[in-house]
Design a binder for this molecule. Structure first.
Ligand code: HSE
Length: 397
């Protein structure tokens, strides 16, 4: 099998490396050797083992009938979409690690692949090296999935873990994450939650079998989490995690990305550092957890190459993926219910006049205290919170 890799950055070069490290094993499992024929990139790579395979025009790959599988590791929606579509229309299977592409164009590319009797796979687009897409499509197809809740972003999980362990402030931890290469120069997609938002949109689309638009998911990042919040979490025996969650409510779905203060008994409470974890509840399965390396060069490349092997074994056979372009209208998140942790400096009498009887956490920080509410609708909480001075609030899980 001759393949092409589009995008020779961190993940693309990882794919080449994995194909080399595990060459013989991969050939055995695929049933034939897998060889990179082209690497598409705008740059040249003098001295690199792929130096002679670099091409700059995607049409070179489109027109080469010998190439049966294409890996897309460029990132972003365009030109990745144009290139991937052209590959599928030329009867080549494609695997991608690109969540932006999958979240926006997944249904469309799955349809095109089906029409051409090839495959479009995207295991690496969610949870890096953790298997979650294939389990949802295959192992859990007997279930009605009622909840998926995940820590789906390694960068922010690293930052929150460091804040919790070292009492460090957000800005210092962000700088450290950037220095270590976990956070990008422009960290917006991670710290504002846009990255896990796209990932939960993909998982929810697979659960519903229909398109869930990430723009419609209420999304809060971690930029408001402070060292003081971490002190409260510690005092309460909880940990603060950025969760991406979707739930089935009757025939409808609700989804949310936001920081939660998790109880020690929560299955995701102990998922630390750059690791990801995905909790799944099915109506007949009950609970399942997927845990592991959710980002990084080789873990992500491992999932991409696994797709390549699967696609070598399924040449001329389209593996059905139930994700139709028809759109799901998510329930308004303000109707969903949560408990809240609230920090305030308003008098307790005012708090009780608005929220009724609450549980207090005193003595953690000077000039303020905190309380936790009962379960209430998000919309009701917002109305009530306006009546006192809220220093910060975090949902409880
Ligand atoms: N920035 C992402 C993360 C990369 O930290 O999880 C993997 O999608």
């Amino acid at each position: 099998m001759k393949i092409a890799v589009m995008g020779y950055g961190t993940i693309g070069s990882g794919v080449v490396e994995v194909l080399d490290i595990n060459k013989d094993r991969i050939a055995e499992r695929a049933g034939e050797p897998v060889e990179v024929k082209y690497v598409l990139d705008l740059r040249e790579f003098p001295g690199d083992p792929m130096e002679d395979k670099i091409v700059h025009d995607y049409k070179t790959i489109v027109e080469d009938k010998e190439v049966g599988i294409v890996v897309e590791t460029m990132g972003g929606v365009e030109p990745a979409y144009t290139f991937v579509k052209a590959m599928l229309e030329a009867d080549k299977s494609v695997t991608t690690s690109n969540k932006a592409l999958v979240a926006e164009k997944g249904a469309d590319l799955i349809r095109i692949a089906r029409e051409h009797n090839v495959n479009f796979q995207f295991e690496a687009s969610v949870g890096g090296g953790i298997p979650i897409i294939r389990p949802l499509n295959k192992c859990l197809t007997a279930d009605e999935i009622e909840e998926i809740t995940g820590i789906l972003n390694g960068t922010t999980n690293y930052m929150l873990t460091k804040m919790a362990n070292e009492g460090a402030d957000f800005d210092d931890v962000l700088k450290d994450a950037q220095d270590k290469g976990y956070a990008e120069k422009d960290p917006t997609a991670d710290i504002e939650g846009h990255d896990p938002c796209r990932k939960i949109a993909i998982l929810t689309s697979l659960v519903c079998g229909k398109q869930v638009d990430f723009e419609e998911i209420h999304c809060e990042g971690i930029t408001k989490i402070s060292a003081t919040d971490m002190k409260y979490a510690k005092a309460m025996g909880r940990s603060i995690k950025l969760l991406a969650s979707s739930k089935r409510v009757g025939d409808d779905y609700t989804a949310l990305v936001a920081p939660f203060m998790l109880d020690a008994s929560h299955p995701l409470c102990g998922v630390n550092d750059v690791f990801n974890g995905v909790f799944v509840h099915g109506n007949v399965l009950g609970d399942a957890m997927f845990y592991g390396s959710g980002a990084g060069k080789l873990p992500t490349a491992s999932a991409v190459v696994a797709d390549v092997v699967d696609m070598v074994k399924h040449q001329h056979t389209n593996i059905f993926i139930d994700w139709k372009p028809e759109k799901v209208e998510l329930l308004d998140y303000k109707e969903s219910e949560n408990r809240f942790f609230v920090r305030t400096d308003s008098p307790k009498a005012e708090v009780e006049a608005v929220f009724g009887k609450v549980e207090y956490i005193d003595g953690v920080a000077a000039g303020e205290y905190a309380f936790t509410t009962d379960q209430m609708k998000e919309g009701d909480f917002q109305d009530k919170a306006q009546k006192i001075n809220v220093l910060n609030r975090i949902r409880l899980g």
